[in-house]
Design a protein. Structure first.
Length: 505
């Protein structure tokens, strides 16, 4: 490697170190804003966040940095370390994406996203979409403007947003994937709803305290292998995980007095995200590629722990005694089998985050179809609540009675579009690698034994190790030996729920 190339690389890494310092501060502020920040302080908090975020953006927009980064890309084959070659590709991709966005524009966009978040919180609390609609329109317009300024713009507007979250994914791909899902899931859903199988759920709405739910969250995190030396948890309106730094990963949940299982599965889901962050290779941080994993990869892990592990009979058996101990008012007359069936009951519902495992993909398809309409200009912002409600009735046979349980239930649209499909893709990825894991050892027995060091060790070596270093297609092929395939996921759902609901051929 030439002296000039080494100097360029050193300058890029020094600058990225400073960028990360600003980004870390922004993450702390964002975590505070979404957890303990008082309502009247949210907008000001967001303005400070936008200021610091813009400072990070300015560092990357320096002519010297852009020139050095592009030099690395042009000479990437001369870089000695393959991780530096990945960094060079990342920098080039980001350069093309933001080359025509000025620091002033970036600051303006950040302020708008912050206003949208604050307005969403207020609108959801009051169940009034009109309080959020102007911000949603502003977010849509910003997303379109940013797309128009890209140097690597794709012809279809929405494809650009999908690619941001899942590199290489297009609407053509998703249309095909979701068509297969609808063809197989909708008829089976009808059979399930018509099944004579009776699943007891009366105990699921028995009330518990926040303190009890906190104890359960602590127990679940400990059981799954969450490292409390490097992580913590608290509550928020919409549960999320934030990897603030290499040794600081924070998860959140939400407590509902009459839905004890809600916080259980939100904490299991977020624990999956946290484990991914905690166990990624240290070298990825050192080469500034630690944020390269796609959201489909990330959601595959969170939903692996939430569903493939958390809703399995083995896991329910594992936690049954502890659940009885923490929630005696709920569990005093409930068997392990009854708890398992209740946690897997299929019931078309309104709230995505509370949806059963079987119908969840239909919630995602609804959002995907609406996002395409929004981004491609085929739906008016003021008409979205009605479109949302109509689509829910079409696919799930239920209709929201207010905006809080309808279009305002998710926070994601306050910061843009393109994320939702990664939840469904995550389910499909983990179905593939669960099959691979099962060929290596008895997963159910490991769960029943509480041997998460074995499960997490396999995930570390096979799923997490190269996530920052490969495209989704390369990653899933290396894990499983095969190309992406939706069939294992649909096969899993059909097998599990046909048995649960005792549906004959």
């Amino acid at each position: 490697m030439t002296k000039e190339l080494q100097e360029k690389l050193d300058f890029v890494k020094k600058t990225l170190h400073d960028v990360e310092s600003y980004s870390h501060a922004c993450s702390v502020l964002n975590f505070d804003q979404e957890t303990i920040c008082p309502a009247e302080g949210m907008e000001e908090q967001g303005e400070v966040n936008a200021f610091l975020s813009n400072k990070a953006f300015e560092l990357r927009k320096q002519h010297q940095f852009e020139e050095a980064a592009e030099y690395l890309y042009q000479h990437k084959n001369e870089l000695a370390d393959p991780l530096d070659r990945i960094l060079a590709d990342d920098l080039h991709r980001e350069y093309l994406k933001t080359k025509n966005i000025t620091p002033e524009m970036d600051h303006e966009f950040a302020l708008a996203y912050n206003r949208a978040f604050v307005n969403w919180v207020n609108a959801k609390q009051q169940s009034d979409y009109e309080l959020f609609a102007p911000s949603l329109k502003e977010v849509r317009d910003i997303e379109l403007k940013k797309i128009s300024l890209r140097g690597n713009r794709l012809p279809d507007a929405y494809d650009n947003l999908l690619d941001d979250y899942e590199r290489g994914m297009t609407t053509d791909n998703l249309d095909e994937i979701f068509d297969v899902c609808k063809k197989r899931l909708v008829p089976l859903l009808k059979k399930i709803t018509e099944s004579k199988k009776s699943i007891r759920t009366d105990f699921m709405s028995r009330t518990v305290t926040d303190e009890q739910q906190k104890r359960m969250a602590q127990y679940l995190l400990e059981t799954l292998g969450f490292d409390f030396r490097r992580g913590s948890f608290t509550t928020t309106e919409h549960p999320f995980t934030d990897g603030l730094g290499r040794n600081d990963v924070r998860v959140t949940t939400h407590y509902y007095p009459a839905m004890f299982s809600s916080s259980m599965f939100s904490i299991i889901h977020e624990c999956g995200h946290a484990l991914f962050e905690m166990y990624q290779p240290g070298e990825d941080w050192e080469h500034y590629i630690n944020g390269d994993k796609t959201m489909g990869m990330h959601e595959s892990v969170s939903r692996f722990y939430e569903n493939r592990i958390g809703r399995s009979k083995a896991f329910v058996d594992l936690i049954y005694d502890k659940t009885k101990q923490i929630f005696p008012e709920v569990m005093h007359d409930v068997s392990s089998r009854e708890l398992y069936e209740a946690l897997n009951v299929v019931r078309p519902s309104l709230i995505r985050t509370e949806a059963d495992e079987f119908t969840y993909t239909l919630h995602i398809i609804i959002r995907y179809e609406l996002e395409k309409l929004i981004v491609n200009g085929n739906a008016k912002i003021e008409d979205l609540p009605g479109l949302w409600n109509d689509t829910y009735e079409k696919y799930l046979g239920v209709r929201p009675q207010n905006d809080r349980e309808g279009i305002l239930q998710d926070v994601h649209w306050s910061s843009g579009f393109g994320y939702f499909s990664t939840y469904a893709l995550g389910n499909m990825y983990n179905a593939m690698y669960y099959e691979t894991m099962s060929r290596d050892f008895d997963v159910s027995q490991a769960v029943l034994n509480g041997d998460f060091s074995k499960i997490n060790g396999w995930m570390k070596d096979r799923v997490w190790k190269n996530a920052n270093r490969e495209t989704p297609k390369e990653w899933i092929r290396e894990i499983t030996g095969g190309d992406f395939n939706v069939e294992p996921y649909l096969d899993y759902l059909e097998k599990k729920y046909t048995a649960l609901y005792e549906i004959g051929e």
